[in-house]
Design a protein around this ligand. Sequence first.
Ligand code: CTP
Length: 395
Amino acid sequence: MARILIVISGGIAAYKVLDLIRRLRERGHETPVILTEAATRFVTPLAVGALSNAPVLTDLFDLDREREIGHIRLARAADLVLVAPASADILSRMAAGRADDLATAALLATGAPVLAAPAMNPFMWAHPATRRNAAQLAADGVHFVGPEAGEMAERGEAGVGRLASSEALLAAVDTLLAPAAPGPLTGRHVIVTSGPTHEPIDPVRYIANRSSGKQGHAIAAALAAAGARVTLVSGPVTIPPPKGVDLVAVESARDMLAAVTAALPADAAVMAAAVADFRVDAAPQKMKKTGTAPVLTLTENPDILATVAKRAERPALVVGFAAETQNVIAYARDKLARKGCDWIVANDVSEGVFGAGENTVHLVTADSVEDWPRLSKEEVGTRLVARIADALKAR
Ligand code: CTP
């Protein structure tokens, strides 16, 4: 039995949440509720309180009740926070990290998973501002259910914007409350490198590359979803770390090598980082203009993949990446042998992979080549992880 904090925001669909509260209570869940001010125009705190049989807070609260119950305590004690209906307005305030009423303050304070069930006019849902807010919230880890397509409250209007059905909402709640089921990689430890490295030139300048970290992070996410304990060693990226991975943030190739060796032993290692091949002997102070351009002397960086593949405590499976613009398979084979890894995920970067959402790769082993279709980076991650799980099972 869980404690599900329900945040009701303003919208005509608010009345439907009364039925949901009743059904969640039937299942034995506790359902404290926070109503936004706008929500109180659609459902009364009295009606909600009668059904929830638990504290109901609104912005029209009195200080005594706040002292007694405390919206922060409610937020912290929740196993799940359900925002239903989630209006365009509350999504926008959540995306901005506002805390100017009880509902948004509780949403900022909670450590529990947040499930948003948007409901609004289809034009509002389709508006670029709402798309942007929903994408930001998804990136922040907020889960979504719905909206669904159908007739709207406004006469004659149809489209995507209806609150998900009670059945869909209950199913989404069940999924989020279910303890993580054991996956094919439960009990395994996998190290993933991702992103670029930054090689300092002086305290303010560095050499970098265009890697976004999307592919490496997608692999780390898929590994975690398959139950693995994941150490994600990432260079500087702007994307958030996937849920449930241990992130080690590094800057340079040498830092990355140190972090990877510190994370050993592991059952598998996937080296997706675009490690800088060379570093500069960095100047201790900012280099000043002197009239003559400075000469940067480059030194080769240690090869993290080759180092790990040749160590005594080598993971059972070592996977490298290769970015090629021609002779993709031949170069990948050569890299496999040279670096001593088991597989190479070879991608053709002649057609813009950096920062893109999709990737065309070939899985190259010592004696086989698989050509995968053009896939999203998430899908590449899922497929690769399925192969890793099979390989570890066989070893
Ligand atoms: N790699 C590494 N440490 C380095 C350089 C590369 O671990 N110092 C890893 C990468 O994470 C990747 C693979 O080695 O898994 C890529 O090898 P690399 O030799 O850099 O190949 P490309 O980037 O494809 O380029 P090139 O063959 O032109 O050197």
